[in-house]
Design a binder for this molecule. Structure first.
Ligand SMILES: [Zn+2]
Length: 120
């Protein structure tokens, strides 16, 4: 590995959230210390997410995964309750931890007003 970074951050493509996510990331990480995977629906397709995590682990030696789902996500439609998002975030976290036991996984739910809630 010729170059390394700390983490991969996975979040939805939804344009309404990008400036909130950018600001939040600036408070959490130093600039240029994380990969970023922008996926429609966040963890909606967990296998797409796993593929990106695998690449980040192999190419950049990450130690941390940040998963962010959000309120009113178009990929989920009317079924996208906060509970459903929490469930999907938990399932994605479990799958990633099973496949990559050395990675730390943190999950968050982002409200449309820009507030982040840590999912436990
Ligand atoms: Zn979305």
């Amino acid at each position: 590995m010729t170059h390394k970074c700390q983490a991969i951050v996975v979040h939805c493509m939804d344009y309404r959230l990008q400036s909130y996510i950018n600001q939040w990331l600036e408070t959490k990480f130093e600039k240029g210390t994380y990969d970023r995977a922008v996926m429609a629906g966040g963890v909606y397709d967990v296998y797409d997410v796993i593929r990106q995590v695998d690449i980040a682990a192999r190419l950049h030696g990450i130690s941390k995964v940040i998963l962010i789902n959000h309120e009113d996500c178009g990929m989920y439609g009317p079924g996208g309750t906060e509970e459903r998002h929490e469930e999907d975030l938990d399932k994605a976290e479990d799958k990633i931890k099973r496949l990559f036991p050395h990675l730390e996984v943190d999950t968050f739910y982002l409200n449309l007003d820009g507030t982040f809630e840590q999912n436990s």
